[in-house]
Design a binder for this molecule. Structure first.
Ligand code: FCB
Length: 459
């Protein structure tokens, strides 16, 4: 099969019965409605306002205006034939000041969830997809231990309100990004660059997950809970001992730093040795709390990394090598469906969660609208090849139970603003017009569409 020739033999029937098929989004990237119904600022409102932090100088203040257009957006998810929808709840709509729950914010998510249920879409909320209330950042954010209690208060309020209709809960999206992009390289809000702060933040994110799981279970009988991790297959740039060791250290912070404690193995000793004084403060009982049993592990998969030894570079003395001659998306991310298969097999073999869901996977290309259509053959090819790899992995016995394409809509891509389009649906950010791309039509045909909906709705 060549890169752009989709595997026509790929069929939904090749996946297990009851497989979860979805798309994924997050609150700050799509909702807009910055100050509506009591929403207060998040760290992303603050960060976006700082010159030079967002490539196109934009913010999520309006984004896809999903806060007002959600019925049409859910219609698209239904017309695709998906049976689930992953979204995130904006903490600043619920607990702006960290003390009082905002009823109007909860009302919004209740309406949204009811809208999903009416369309036969199983709701998959993520409780934290990076939009921390600024008021909590002002008290130290993820670097301050008190945040774990603020998080469980917020989770308690949300799960009390929605627990009678939502069974699946994702605590955190990509703890690596919250910790490292937020506090080590400063590419994301709150834009801090300090290794010790990043590692302390990572510990508090993991601890808040561990403490939130029992809160969710208490409020939602029969709840299924997990976290969504961004993981990367890591290869050494050469087989020299130095590169091999560097790749192992890099894998330690990228992958094992999160997987190991979540599965009761504690933090990896090689990483603790490498970071020395920057290691986080851990209190008695923390590691037991983090290792709470979960019902599934979410994998957000985008790309592999090749690593070389680089003495003096960062806490790990390692750097990412840009390999020439490999297929890449417009973002520069290497396209490697087999990398997803490798990760799924590794999670299964080394950690053994009861189920794995691919909670994000997708690609960014420079789409062009031509006569009201978007011919995004590369994205279709990306999707087809990743689904084929997924099918093969399941056939080899890895318990993958669902797949969520990132993303339902083009949206605010964090530090890249609106310059990176990942959607199956094109969004014109000046008119808010939605156009289902060819990749979305392919996904729709693959899924067979929902009963009774044969045509993409006019939106
Ligand atoms: C992931 C994020 C998601 C989106 C995709 C492209 O790291 O979870 O919000 O930005 O990348």
């Amino acid at each position: 099969m060549t890169n752009n020739a989709p595997d026509t033999a790929l069929s939904r029937d090749g996946f297990p019965a009851g497989f979860t098929w979805g798309t994924s989004t997050s609150s700050y990237q799509i909702e807009g409605a910055r100050h509506e119904d009591g929403r207060v600022d998040s760290i992303w409102d603050t960060f976006s306002a700082r010159p030079g932090r967002i490539r196109d100088g934009s913010s999520g203040a309006i984004a896809c205006d999903h806060y007002h257009r959600w019925p049409g957006d859910l219609d698209i998810a239904r017309a695709l034939g998906t049976n689930a929808y992953r979204f995130s709840i904006a903490w600043p709509r619920i607990f702006g000041d960290g003390v009082t729950a905002n009823a109007k914010g909860l009302d919004f998510y209740e309406r949204l969830v009811d809208g999903m249920l009416e369309r036969d879409l199983q709701p998959w909320p993520t409780l934290y997809h990076w939009d921390l209330p600024q008021a909590l950042q002002d008290r130290g954010g993820w670097m301050a231990r008190d945040i774990v209690h603020r998080f469980t208060d917020y989770v308690d309020a949300v799960t009390r309100r929605l627990g009678d209709r939502v069974a699946q809960w994702i605590t955190h999206n990509e703890p690596w990004c919250t910790a490292m992009h937020g506090h080590m390289d400063g590419m994301h809000a709150p834009g801090i660059r300090d290794v010790a702060s990043a590692l302390q933040a990572s510990h508090h994110v993991l601890l808040s997950h561990g403490l939130a799981v029992p809160v969710i279970r208490a409020n939602v009988p029969g709840a299924r809970v997990g976290a969504a991790l961004s993981l990367h297959p890591i290869r050494p740039a050469s087989d020299s001992p130095a590169d091999t060791a560097a790749a192992h250290r890099h894998d330690g912070l990228r992958n094992r730093w999160f997987l190991d404690p979540l599965f009761g193995k504690g933090y990896p000793v090689d990483v603790l040795d490498a970071v020395r004084d920057a290691a986080p403060r851990i209190e008695a009982g923390d590691l037991e709390a983090i290792a709470v049993r979960t019902d599934f592990t979410g994998l957000n998969y985008y790309f592999p990394e090749v690593i070389a030894a680089a003495p003096g570079e960062g806490p790990l003395h390692a750097r990412v090598v840009h390999r020439e001659g490999v297929e890449r998306t417009a973002f520069g991310w290497e396209v490697a469906p087999e990398g997803m298969a490798q990760l799924l097999e590794r999670i299964h073999a080394q950690y053994g969660p009861p189920a794995i869901y691919v909670t994000e996977n997708g690609s960014c290309y420079d789409d062009v609208v031509q006569d009201g259509r978007v011919h995004d053959a590369q994205r279709t090819s990306y999707l087809v090849r990743h689904l084929a790899a997924l099918r093969d992995t399941i056939e080899r016995g890895v318990p993958v139970a669902g797949y969520f394409a990132w993303s339902l809509l083009d949206n605010f891509e964090w530090a890249e603003g609106y310059t990176r389009r990942f959607g199956l649906t094109h969004v014109d950010f000046s008119t808010q017009e939605r156009i289902l791309k060819d990749s979305g039509k392919w996904y729709q045909a693959f899924l067979g569409g929902p009963a009774g909906v044969s045509k993409f709705p006019q939106v």
